[in-house]
Design a protein around this ligand. Structure first.
Ligand SMILES: C[S@@+](CC[C@H](N)C(=O)[O-])C[C@H]1O[C@@H](n2cnc3c(N)ncnc32)[C@H](O)[C@@H]1O
Length: 300
């Protein structure tokens, strides 16, 4: 479960709470969305759980069409408050790298308004193939339209959803293999340092222990230029999550460990929010969500 950042009016605000559980080989996503902070929408403080990205995730593993989403699962329910706006300043720039994208694009829908080039990445072939299918509008590509419309609505332009999809497709320049455990997570590709590094719900799935997590934060931070932003979302205190019948481990993090890892990676935290966000149903046992924006320091 996660929060997708909304780069709204030049500011990072929380827009979408997304329940996502994904592992290298199998993916279960219950996506979007959530509470948001724009004045226009402050009364919309809810989470919509959908099975749409779940469907995308399952497809990335199983090429056969999944069951159509059960609309009864798309329920407005209580979410948590929006992040205060403007604490993080203006998160924007030329390039954004998303690490551990999964088969999903929901979290890039607002970012594509603030960056000229977006590089997306994932560890698994299946997820990258699913992303390519959507980018190329191939038959059988997952239909993200409801999520796109929702984000456009949050941005106050629901009718512009088709343009938004096209804009994101144009801005995504590469889909790369990544492994956060490597010093250069995108090896063998070497990219110029980016203005922003985004990673949603990836590190706790990828790292088995705190040492690996701390190293992974350093590794992904190395992809950001000094003065650039690191935008991270992680769930806390989870130990497992279910994907269908499969039970996967999750690194049980606490806020202090996340903050320390980010600081030790040479970043100053500009904004952080920890919010209670119990895992829906019995798919996991995480309890909270941490969303943070940090700025990479210039070398001393
Ligand atoms: C819970 S999913 C999150 C996906 C997506 N960011 C989202 O919010 O929907 C975790 C992702 O981390 C990826 N992952 C697992 N191990 C990884 C690793 N060592 N390096 C990079 N990504 C990894 C998985 O393939 C999966 O797509």
């Amino acid at each position: 479960m996660l929060s997708a950042p909304l780069w709204s009016q030049g500011q990072y605000v929380k827009s979408a709470t997304c329940h996502v559980n994904t592992l290298p080989s199998v993916h279960h996503c219950q996506v979007p969305c959530g509470s948001l902070g724009s004045s226009k929408h402050t009364k919309k403080n809810y989470t919509i759980r959908t099975v749409q990205s779940h469907e995308a995730a399952i497809r990335s593993k199983h090429p056969q069409p999944a069951q159509p989403p059960d609309r009864s699962e798309c329920l407005p329910c209580q979410g948590h408050d929006a992040l205060p706006r403007s604490n993080a300043g203006d998160v924007k720039g030329d390039t954004l790298i998303d690490i551990g994208s999964g088969p999903t694009i929901y979290h890039l829908l607002s970012a594509c308004e603030k960056f000229n080039e977006i590089i997306i990445s994932d560890y698994t072939d299946g997820n990258r193939q699913e992303l390519e299918k959507w980018l190329k509008k191939e038959p059988g590509a997952f239909d993200w339209t409801p999520a796109v419309k929702y984000v456009c609505e949050l941005e106050g332009q629901r009718e512009k959803w088709a343009e938004k999809e096209e804009k994101l497709r144009k801005k995504v320049k590469q889909v790369l293999k990544c492994d956060v455990r490597k010093p250069n997570p995108l090896a063998p590709v070497t990219l110029p340092a980016a203005d922003c590094l985004l990673s949603m719900l990836c590190l706790e799935a990828a790292c088995k222990d705190l040492g690996t997590f701390r190293a992974a934060v350093k590794n992904i931070s190395s992809l950001v230029k000094p003065g650039g932003h690191l935008v991270l979302n992680t769930v806390l205190k989870g130990t497992y999550y279910l994907v269908g019948q499969h039970n996967f481990s999750c690194l049980g993090l606490d806020r202090e460990s996340v903050e320390a890892a980010v600081r030790d990676a040479g970043c100053i935290i500009e904004h952080i929010q920890e919010a209670p966000e119990p895992a829906p149903g019995s798919i996991s046992d995480y309890t909270d969500l941490v969303s943070l924006v940090a700025r990479k320091q210039h070398a001393a």
